[in-house]
Ligand binder design. Structure first.
Ligand SMILES: NC(=O)c1ccc[n+]([C@@H]2O[C@H](COP(=O)([O-])OP(=O)(O)OC[C@H]3O[C@@H](n4cnc5c(N)ncnc54)[C@H](O)[C@@H]3O)[C@@H](O)[C@H]2O)c1
Length: 327
């Protein structure tokens, strides 16, 4: 079998590539390297193109037979999406539509799409299942929801099989320590904490101390990146046997506040984090925790990293290597 991974040089995409390669499959990657890293890839065909470039994209799709496309490529910084709203629509909707059109044109049937918990707005229950209202509170979430709808429409109209996977917060790194999370502009909590710890004198900004949560800081659900990529492969198995469009929320099912994550990082690294409170960011829900029971029952998905400390340990091991050998 042969797979195409868009955004394969990015954090989650590179773990997908490694997972598929370990299973012995051929993997091609499309990436424009806007946030991806060449060192994250090994032993695969890399097409350095932008999905907005329809001609180059169609050339690739016409010359290869792919069993499925894992579509990770996107812009994904919530705060940035308020400033560059049009770019988010172009990169996350128009570029994704180019990919889908090319798949339809060249008879590639299966797509697994990285969506996000950001498609949900404020909800009334603690754990968010797939039936909760989708009312994004930021343009990033809006861009993900628009493409979800395009996929759903095309599944029936154009005979495409699709799985929409809404991740909560991806975290951790491959056990090999060879790949992990690295963004030049880091906005994710755990790597931001490690950056603070490894850059003496710097201070972590905590956005808001007055969220409607137990300690006033945001609560999020952290799911290990390799649990996520495993769910992608199970999703592929699902659409091999069942036609249509399916959606699943993917998370650990446990919520941790920012202060709890800081404490866990301090215990694991044996270092003290300097932090200060600043005002809340626009479009950040107080609490996002997944109800993944649908993925567990329908995909037969099992979360192997249940303990947040184990997730943080893999991330810390990677981060130390990142600082000593890569950047
Ligand atoms: N990291 C998370 O916690 C999280 C949570 C929910 C959803 N997601 C989604 O998962 C996917 C992967 O996230 P990530 O954290 O690995 O991000 P990332 O920024 O590390 O990876 C995205 C990759 O896509 C590439 N890319 C972006 N636009 C492109 C384009 N137009 N053409 C070609 N390549 C392009 C980038 O260069 C990068 O390699 C994204 O779709 C993101 O929205 C991530």
């Amino acid at each position: 079998m042969k797979f195409l991974v868009t955004g394969g040089a990015g954090y989650i995409g590179s773990h997908m590539v490694k997972y598929l390669q370990k299973k012995g499959f051929a993997v091609d990657v499309i990436d424009n390297f806007s946030t991806g890293n060449p060192w994250a890839l090994d032993d695969c065909n890399i097409y350095k193109i932008d999905l907005l470039n329809k001609i180059s994209l169609n050339n690739i799709l016409s010359q290869n037979i792919y069993d499925a496309v894992f579509h990770f490529a996107a812009k994904s910084i919530v705060s940035d999406s308020f400033i560059n709203e049009e770019e988010y629509i172009e990169n996350n909707v128009t570029a994704s539509k180019n990919l889908l059109d090319g798949m339809i044109k060249y008879n590639i049937k299966n797509i697994i799409f990285s969506s996000s918990a950001s498609v949900f707005g404020p909800v009334n229950q603690f754990k968010i299942d797939e039936n909760q209202p989708k009312s994004p509170v930021n343009p990033y979430g809006q861009s993900k929801l628009i493409f979800e709808e395009i996929l759903r429409e095309n599944a029936s109209k154009s005979n495409i099989n699709a799985v929409i996977l809404r991740y909560f917060n991806a975290a951790g790194a491959d056990e090999s320590g060879l790949i992990g999370e690295f963004h030049r502009h880091e906005t994710h909590l755990i790597p931001s904490i490690f950056n603070i710890l490894l850059n003496e004198g710097s201070v972590l900004k905590i956005y808001g101390s007055d969220h409607q949560t137990k300690d006033g800081t945001c609560i999020r659900d952290y799911i290990h990146v390799n649990d996520l990529v495993n769910a992608h492969f199970l999703a592929f198995n699902k659409i091999i046997l069942n036609e249509g469009c399916f959606d699943f929320n993917l998370g650990n099912g446990n919520g941790f506040s920012v202060l709890e994550i800081i404490k866990a990082c301090e215990e694991i690294t044996k270092k003290r984090v300097n932090y200060e409170f600043v005002s809340k960011r626009k479009g950040e829900p107080d609490c996002l925790v997944a109800d993944s029971s649908k993925a567990i029952s329908e995909l037969n998905w099992k979360v192997s990293y249940k303990d947040i400390n184990e997730i943080i340990k893999t991330a810390w091991r990677w981060h130390l290597r990142l600082y000593s050998e890569i950047i």
